[in-house]
Every structure is written in C-alpha cells, then in structure tokens.
Design a protein around this ligand. Structure first.
Ligand code: NAD
Ligand code: ZN
Length: 377
C-alpha cells in the first residue's frame, strides 16, 4: 500500500459547530497507531443520532467533529500489533467496542464494553483523542467512528471483519440502526412467540424493531407514528396494525389497552422522546409487560408514576440492540445474505458525500428511512 505509514489527505464532511450545515473539507488522517486500523470508508447511512448531535444535543465540546457512524469499508493499513486484520479486508466500524477483556465484555449479561468512548465521554459523543486534523485543528471522531469521511482510524476493538462478498452499500446499515432496533426486540425485550408488541417511531430503528418482533413470532405488532407515511413500510417489515396518536382524542396507551385487553406484552420506544418513553411504558400490560428505551436522548429527565413498575412492568434500555458488537455484526451480515433479515427495504435514497446536507434534511423532515451515502468505490 503506497499510503501505509503516511498521513492521508482526503475529503470529509466537517460539523464545525452545532446546527450549522456540514462543510466539505480536506482533512488529514494520521496513520494507525498501536492496535488501530485505518479504513477506507465505502458507504455510510445517515442515522438520527447524527442529527441528535448536530441539532438536539448541542454540547459545544463535541465540535468540531466528523459525524457518521453507520458505515462499512475496506482496511487500508493496520498499526503495530494488529494481527486479525489485513489491508483489503471488508470491515464494519462499530460505535460500541468489544475489547473482550473488561468485566462487561466477559459477562453474558451485557454488551457494554468498558473501553468504549461512551464509558467516559457520552456527553460529547466522542473520545477526545482523534486521528483527524483540519486547518491545523483536531477534529473529533463522532461515536469513535466518523464515517462521513473517505478514511477513518479506529481501534481494532471497535471493528468487525465481515464476509468478502458482503455488499458494503447495504450491510453498512448493520453498524447502527438495523442491529439496534432488531436486537432491542429479539435480545433486550426478548419478544416471545404469540406475543403482542407495539413499536413507537417508524424510522429505520423502529422498523428494524418491527422486523425483530416478527422474526421472534409476535402475533400482533402495532406500529405507532405521528407520520402516517411510515405505515406502508411498517407493513413490509411485519406490522399488523397502525396507529397515529394524533388521530385520537385520548392517550394512545388507552387506545392500545382497549384493543389488547389491558396493554401490550412488549413495547419499544424508537423515537428519542421522553414523553413517548413514558407512553410506551404505560402501553404495556400490568404483571409482565416489558418496555424498552431505544431512542437516544440525554437532554431531559423522564418521569413515570411508580405504580407503573409496582404493578409488575419492567422498564429497560438497549444500546446497539444488546448485541456484543464484534461477535455479532459478522453473523448479522450472514443473516442478511441468507435472507433471514432484510436490509434493502430500509434504503429509500442514495447520494454522494457532497450531498450529505440534503441527506440530513431528508431525515429531519421525515422523508427518508435510510439514505446511503456512497463515499468511495
Ligand atoms: P428517524 O428520525 O428516522 O425515526 C424517528 C421516527 O419517530 C420518525 O418516523 C418520526 O415520525 C417518529 N416520531 C417522532 N415523534 C413521534 C411521536 N411523538 N410519536 C410517535 N412517533 C414519533 O430516526 P432513527 O434513525 O430511526 O432513530 C430513532 C432513534 O433511535 C433516535 O433517537 C436515535 O438517536 C436512536 N438510536 C439509538 C441507538 C441505541 O443504541 N440505543 C442506536 C441508533 C439510534
Ligand atoms: Zn446510529
């Protein structure tokens, strides 16, 4: 590799400050250090968490930054001590690492890895250490990944090696949204055959949760969204009933309770809104209902009446669908290639990296499920 060991200058979309449009820049990407891998990004999705950082979280310390965390690419070069990867390998960057050695990685109870950026820096959504510079300034690597760039450098504990035949412009979706929603249903909620489920928010994360409920054998799947244009897609993934909370003059939890004789067995919040989180909990049946928080937000506290939990409901959260990232993503790629899970159906738009602001706007205005940015060939 002619570029190995050298700084690479390449194109990236830089978020210089909150709420401002991303700007195409030439950045410098340092060579990988001990245990690190430099990746040529081929394709990336745009996820709501990118928008969250830009528009909703707004913590100034998280800027300037290169957003994007739903990518796939090819190894360009590896740093000292990397033996499991070689140039040319197809890989998926992981916003959640799996070091395999911390007490969390060693426990089957969780997929959280203590060495992940989120252990210490979830408020700024990146590790302060970065391999990017632009115009003489360090540029943060959002969620440890930064896929809105032609090249990125990631520690090997946060890279998954995938099948050589995997189509990168589709399996990139497995590095965030689809694994997250799907796993929240099959792992975290533990949806059971014959159960009744409700999914709140029908973006890619929510639709993947619908797919998880269906694959787990749910008998009824309520798809809930304030944007009725999402219902058609939800049907494709297995939803059986469709509700717009705005179309009722009583809380949607009451509507669901009436339709299900007391509430659903499993509910999943895939919006990132504390009011919806409460509603999802209230929509569960007493005694055994389980509600899972999947949407990402850290700007407000949530609240609920204690009786909701005293009456036997369980309220829990899910990061990356509960999947141990390095172990699971290669298997999920195989599940897609063998037809067990869908990916193509989530893709509504394809664009170039230069059009990233258009892609962000499509999501902001609810006009897309996933827009894939083709970064390089
Ligand atoms: P998206 O913007 O594509 O989808 C959100 C959906 O919620 C939209 O269809 C919108 O119409 C709907 N919605 C908005 N307000 C609503 C309301 N009051 N009631 C019902 N529906 C409502 O977003 P996405 O990419 O699918 O991401 C969804 C959430 O998941 C975001 O908060 C994102 O940050 C989060 N996320 C979490 C993780 C994790 O590991 N926990 C990973 C990825 C994404
Ligand atoms: Zn995401």
């Amino acid at each position: 590799m002619a570029t190995a060991g050298k700084v690479i200058k390449c194109r990236a979309a830089v978020a210089w400050e909150p709420t401002a449009p991303l700007k195409m820049e030439e950045i410098e990407v340092a060579p990988p250090q001990e245990g690190e891998i430099r990746i040529k990004v081929v394709a990336t999705g745009v996820c709501h968490t990118d928008l969250y950082h830009l528009f909703e979280g707004k913590d100034k310390r998280g800027f300037p930054s290169v957003l994007g965390h739903e990518g796939a690419g090819v190894v360009e070069s590896v740093g000292p001590g990397v033996t499991d990867f070689k140039p040319g390998d197809k890989v998926i960057p992981l916003f959640l690492s799996q070091c395999g050695e911390c007490k969390f990685c060693k426990s089957p109870k969780t997929n959280l890895c203590d060495r992940n950026w989120s252990s210490k820096y979830y408020d700024i959504m990146s590790d302060p250490i970065t391999r990017f510079t632009c115009r003489g300034r360090p540029i943060l690597q959002f969620m440890g990944t930064s896929t809105f760039s032609e090249y990125t450098v990631i520690n090997q504990i946060a890279v998954g090696k995938i099948d050589d035949d995997a189509p990168l412009d589709r399996v990139c979706l497995l590095s965030c949204g689809i694994s997250t929603g799907y796993g929240a249903a099959v792992n975290t909620a533990g949806v059971t055959p014959g159960s009744v489920c409700a999914v709140f928010g029908l973006g890619a994360v929510g639709l993947a949760a619908v797919m998880g409920c269906k694959n787990a054998g749910a008998s009824r799947i309520f798809a809930v969204d304030i944007n009725e244009e999402k219902f058609e897609k939800a049907k494709v993934f297995g939803a059986t009933e469709f509700l717009n909370p705005k179309a009722y003059n009583k809380p949607i939890s009451e509507v669901l309770a009436e339709m299900t004789n007391g509430g659903v067995d499993f509910s999943l919040e895939c919006v990132g809104n504390t009011e919806v989180m409460r509603t999802a909990l209230e929509s569960c049946v007493k005694g055994w209902g389980v509600s899972v928080l999947v949407g990402w937000t850290d700007v407000k506290d949530f609240s609920a009446r204690p009786i909701q939990l005293i009456s036997g409901k369980t309220w829990k959260g899910s990061l990356f669908g509960g999947f141990k990232s390095k172990d699971s993503v290669p298997n999920l790629v195989c599940d897609y290639m063998s037809g067990k899970i869908k990916l193509d159906e989530f893709i509504t738009h394809k664009m170039s990296l230069e059009q990233v602001n258009d892609a962000v706007n499509l999501m902001k205005t609810g006009q897309c499920i996933r827009c894939i940015l083709n970064i390089s060939k």
